[in-house]
Design a protein around this ligand. Structure first.
Ligand code: HEM
Length: 425
């Protein structure tokens, strides 16, 4: 998703539904704290009353599984060009600019269309293949066990800050080749940069992101120079080798790719672990099943991805007039594909609000579909399996230590602020 303006519109209602005489106009306000606490009733309402719903700034909100899948696979829809938006915002400033941020996101796969997207994805996809990623299993297990052994004696922890954040951050840093002592710094940077996915980020937000982009770029320039002198067994050295041997990647492209991998590799997996543990802790019978039948872990991870999807929304733009279920989306109009709603569509998933770790035919859209299908899907599945299995099996009598949880104000992501638990030490 990307910015549409700097104001935070409170209520976004549909004039069409009023015309249709629907008593209560449909509301899609992703900034409403009630919506953030539980978006699913709103999704159900939209899907059943107006599955292709025109909302704020004329954007179309898509909530049906079949429509979401069709849009993601349809070449008549392109990705949103955030690079252009950031440059545009930067040009309208009286003082300063966001040039480093614009440059940094210029080669992010999520904002590229073919043929550029095909070229760049081809250059980095090998590092995320099943073979490359499965080799990392022992390393991921080791990081997981170390994090658990730090808190095991104390009988309580915050799953988010003590475990779910450092785990993927350490893993992606290890893949890229970021030195151990810098992992936390890189985590802070990617957390700030994830605000780029917020459709209503403020100018101050952009200033902060540009500052972070400058720090990230300066940091990576030094690291690239070091790896050029002494290559290591890491993805950064592999990308440099592509640059030098085949002259296919520029330094700016390498930095842009690393930044995207850090961002996509970290925040999403935090949410998979956090949302997954919340779902299990809130469904004691499912928790009991996974404890006694650890072989269910793969299907449990798929159900977590469906039930409370880490990325809720992605954006596409029509490159020509497209008719969807009788509704014409005009050339240039934006479409919000609500993955979180598609994954609760009763037409695709029987009893969609039921959390069932044995669910069959779970073809969810948590990793999207089409040419932008998540590059890190294999990696994050392994991380999720190892992380959730370790928490459930290694910490006895796990329980939530408070009744209510709070969600972060991130529109595209479904992110918990904290998940405090207690267990027998
Ligand atoms: C639970 C964890 C994750 C979820 C739910 C997730 C979800 C997604 C989704 C929905 C997209 C498509 C976005 C769009 O079409 O607009 C995507 C793309 C992507 N993801 Fe993930 N992701 C996860 C973890 C990861 C990890 C661990 C990495 C890498 C380290 C990663 C790397 C990427 C990349 C590079 C893309 C862009 C692919 C492209 O545009 O061709 N993701 N992810």
């Amino acid at each position: 998703m990307e910015p549409t303006g700097d104001t935070n519109e409170e209520i976004i209602s549909s004039s069409k539904s009023q015309k249709l005489g629907i008593a209560k106009a449909l509301k899609f306000n992703p900034y409403d704290p009630k919506f953030q606490a539980n978006p699913y009733p709103v999704y159900h309402q939209l899907r059943s009353l107006e599955p292709i719903h025109q909302s704020f700034a004329g954007m179309w909100v898509i909530t049906r599984y079949a429509d979401a899948k069709a849009v993601l696979r349809d070449p008549r829809f392109c990705v949103n060009k955030m690079q252009k938006n950031v440059k545009h915002k930067s040009n309208s400033l009286e003082q300063g600019d966001f040039n480093t941020l614009a440059q940094a996101i210029d080669k992010w796969l999520i904002y590229l269309d073919p043929p550029e997207h095909t070229r760049l994805r081809g250059l980095i996809s090998k590092a995320f293949s099943s073979t490359s990623v499965n080799i990392l299993r022992p390393q991921i297990q080791k990081i997981t066990d170390e994090l658990i052994s730090k808190v095991r004696h104390q009988g309580f922890m915050d799953i988010i800050s003590d475990f779910a954040c450092p785990l993927p951050c350490n893993v992606i840093a290890a893949i890229l080749g970021i030195p151990v002592e810098d992992w936390f710094k890189a985590y802070h940077w990617s957390d700030e940069l994830s605000n780029i996915l917020d459709p209503l980020s403020s100018v101050q937000g952009y200033e902060q992101m540009n500052k972070v982009a400058v720090e990230f770029t300066d940091y990576f320039k030094i690291l690239i120079a070091q790896r050029q002198k002494i290559p290591q067994q890491d993805l950064l050295s592999a990308l440099i080798a592509v640059k030098e041997q085949e002259n296919k990647l520029s330094e700016e492209e390498i930095i842009s790719v690393c930044m995207l991998l850090f961002l996509t590799g970290e925040e999403t997996t935090v949410n998979l672990i956090g949302n997954g543990m919340l779902a299990l802790l809130s469904h004691p019978e499912q928790m009991q099943r996974i404890k006694t039948q650890p072989m269910l872990i793969q299907s449990a991870v798929e159900e977590i991805l469906r039930y409370d999807s880490p990325i809720q929304i992605t954006t596409r733009v029509a490159t020509e007039d497209v008719v969807l279920d009788g509704v014409t989306v005009r050339c240039g109009e934006k479409v919000l594909v609500v993955l979180g709603a598609a994954n609760r569509d009763p037409a695709q998933f029987p009893d969609p609000d039921c959390f069932d770790i044995t669910r069959a035919n779970n073809n969810h859209l948590a990793f999207a579909d089409g040419i932008h299908y998540c590059l890190g899907a294999v990696l994050t599945r392994i991380e999720g399996e190892i992380a959730i299995n370790a928490l459930v099996q290694q910490l006895p009598d796990l329980q939530l230590s408070q009744d209510q949880v709070e969600w972060r104000k991130k529109v595209a992501f479904r992110s918990l602020k904290a998940l405090p638990i207690i267990f027998k030490s």
